[in-house]
Write a protein that binds this ligand. Structure first.
Ligand code: ZN
Length: 101
């Protein structure tokens, strides 16, 4: 029982805190509901599933079913090939998820 708006993401190429490319995943509610902590432990599985979802989609250049949500982007804003490359690198990289205390 959740909605895509329950969780949010902020990404930066050179984050001021880490000095490196960083993605923050956080609950979109004050105090949180625990989804972002759950995501931290599931990153390898999430990236693997995302790779399969994009690869298996029958569209040519990306669609709302595979690489974007229609509320924020349109077909001209996306690149399915680049998305696949990025997801495959994320899947194959052992990212460190850090949960702030
Ligand atoms: Zn698609």
């Amino acid at each position: 029982m959740c909605d895509a708006r329950d969780i949010n993401v902020h990404a930066g190429y050179r984050d001021a805190e880490t000095g490196a490319p960083t993605v923050y995943v956080y609950d979109n509610f004050v105090g949180g509901i625990g989804l972002s902590e759950k995501v931290a432990g599931l990153l390898p599985d999430i990236f693997a599933m995302a790779c399969r979802l994009v690869a298996d989609c029958r569209c040519e250049s990306g669609c709302p079913s595979c690489i974007y949500t229609s509320s924020y982007m349109s077909e001209g804003d996306v690149d399915k090939r680049a998305t696949r490359v990025l997801l495959e690198r994320l899947r194959d990289t052992h990212l460190q998820a850090q949960i702030p205390s």
